[in-house]
Design a protein around this ligand. Sequence first.
Ligand SMILES: Cc1ncc(COP(=O)(O)O)c(C=O)c1O
Length: 375
Amino acid sequence: MTILSNGHLWKYSKFIENENYSFNQNKILNLLSKKDIDEAYLSISNWENYTPTPLIELNKLSKELNLNKIFYKDESKRFDLKSFKALGGAYAVEKITNGNKNITVATATAGNHGRSVAWGAKRLGLKCKIFISEFVSKARGQAMSDLGADVIKVKGNYEKSLIECIKQSTENNWQIVQDVAWKDYMTVPKYTMAGYTVMMKEIADQINNQQITHIILQAGVGGMAGAMVAGIARYLRNIPETIVVEPDSAACVMESIKTGKIEKINIKRESLMGGMSCGEVSLVPWEILKNSVKFCISLPDDDIARTMKLLGNSSFSEEKIIAGENSAPGVISLITSCVDDKIKERLKLNSRSNVLVIGCEGDTDKEMYQKLIIQ
Ligand SMILES: Cc1ncc(COP(=O)(O)O)c(C=O)c1O
C-alpha cells in the first residue's frame, strides 16, 4: 500500500494567495544586503567543523505525488545543534561582540535560538545569560546549561521572559542577542537572518544547475522564511513559487499577508510545532515577506507525528531522516497541496516541478521525538 492510498486524509486548514505579490530582487536585497549575506557565508563556512548539511531527495514521495523532484534540506546535521538555528544566533553573537571577550550576551528563547546563542558564546569564550519561560521543557533548558550558559527561568510566557531579559540586560550592561526585531532593534535580527541564508547558498551549490520551481518555508516569527527569500534573491537564477506554512493556531504571517499589515494573533492553543508557535511576525522579515511570498498555508497538528515517522522509517526517501516537529510541515503542506486539485493547479505543481522543503531540525528534544514517533 502506498502512503497516499491508505485512506488517510492529509489535512490543511487555510490556503490563501497574496494579492500584493510582487517579487522584487533589488528591494529584497536592500532589506538584507548582499554584503551582509556574503559576510555571513564567509564567516560561518570558516567555523571549525563546518560542512554543508545534506540535500536529500525524497524520491519515493516525489514518485507518489507525480512531481519531478523533492529536495529536503536536512538541518538535523547542522553542527552539533541539529537545527538551522545554529547559523543565526551564534553568528549574531560573533558579529556584535566583534572579538571583544569581555562581553556577556543575553537572550530570551523558547529553546533553539538560545542554544545557538549559548553555543556561539561558548565558541568565543563569552559569558551567556538565557531567559526561558516556565513552559520551556526541562530538557531544552538543560541543553543550554550544558553549553555553559546561565539559564534563568521566568514565571509566565515567552513575552515575560523577554521583558525580564531586557530589564536585567539593561541593569547589567549585557548585550541582547534576540532573533525577533522591533522598532529600535533591527541590527541583531538582521545578522541572525544573514546567518540563516547560508542554507540557501549551500542549496544553490547542491542543486547543480537544476531549477527549484517551488519552495515551502516554515514560519514562526518569519526570520527563517525571510532569510530564505533573501537567499533566493541573492543566489538563485530563477524565482520559485514561494509558499509559507504555519500552524493554524499561530498563522501570523498568513493573517498579515491577508490584510497587508502586521496582524497580531492571540494564540489560544500552543502548537506541537513549538518553534513556529508565534503570534506576531517580526519587523525585518515582514518587510521582505509581505510582497515576496506568493501563497500561505496553515496546518493543524494532526499529521505531524505521522510525517516524522514516515520520514524516519525511509518511506519518503532511500535513507532514514530524523525530523523534529518543525520539520514536518513542509512535507505535509506539499502532500495536502498535491491531493487537493484546486490548490495543485493554483501552485502549478506537476511532473516537471522541483520542490524544496526545509527540514529545519532533527530530534532537538529527544524525549519528545521518541514520544511522537512511537505514537
Ligand atoms: C526549531 C524552529 N524554531 C523556529 C522556527 C521558525 O523560525 P522563525 O521564527 O525564524 O520564523 C522553525 C522553523 O520554521 C524551527 O524549526
